[in-house]
Design a protein. Structure first.
Length: 221
């Protein structure tokens, strides 16, 4: 083959440039299609493993952002225990942790009810909550979201060094006139009791459930 045959004419260079750009677009669209497909089926064999977001470097070292929230510092950590009441007996797992710069105390609760006379089918109850400080009212506010759709809006009604009483201001997705009250009481080192009460319209509070919890670290000792 002659040297002339190996050289590119202006026309061939334009064709080569167009082909290269066209091929690059195909590769680009192919990558986009794979990304969309993997988003829908991340377990597919030809999909690259999604990177796991690293945990916040200082998540475990966060401190309450103000003195009012600091009164709840003893709650931070993992708790395990049992509950009893209207829904029956349950095994309870709960965690409290500071998030978003320590401005909120996040609460995650999971109560498992095995089938029993009071609850023949059994039940799994979950709720999450956020405690924050309302500067205008100078009050701790507790918003609690239940898997059943109820949303309780509490305010800290009274407190002692060992007891915190949260009373509802409003409850979403329940008939008007209902009230709720949640009392947390420390009964020893790493021991916590919770009493949850409900008042029907124009009636007094009645105990709905009681929970006894032990802090995981304390329970392991």
């Amino acid at each position: 083959m002659s040297q002339r045959a190996l050289s590119f004419t202006p026309s061939s260079r334009r064709t080569t440039t167009w082909c290269t750009a066209w091929f690059a677009r195909i590769v680009q669209f192919g990558a986009m299609a794979m990304a969309i497909g993997c988003a829908g089926q991340p377990s597919a064999a030809n999909c690259p493993a999604s990177p796991t977001p690293p945990p916040s470097a200082n998540a475990s070292s966060l401190k309450p952002a103000n003195d009012a929230l600091a009164t709840l510092a003893r709650l931070e950590g993992e708790w395990r225990g049992t509950g009893e009441g209207e829904p029956g007996m349950s095994n309870v797992e709960r965690s409290y942790r500071w998030i978003l710069g320590g401005r909120y105390l996040e609460v995650r609760n999971r109560s498992t009810y095995a089938p029993q006379p009071k609850n023949p089918k059994g039940e799994l109850h979950e709720d999450i909550g956020l405690v924050s400080y309302d500067k205008a009212r100078k009050k701790l506010v507790f918003r609690q979201f239940h898997v059943e759709g109820f949303v309780n809006h509490y305010v800290l009604d009274s407190t002692t060094p060992e007891t915190f009483v949260f009373a509802s201001e409003a409850i979403e997705n329940i008939p008007l006139g209902f009230h709720a009250r949640e009392t947390l009481r420390f009964v020893g080192d790493g021991q916590l009791e919770e009493t949850f009460e409900i008042a029907e319209p124009d009636k007094d509070f009645e105990v709905y459930s009681k929970t006894k919890l032990a802090k995981s670290s304390a329970a392991a000792k």
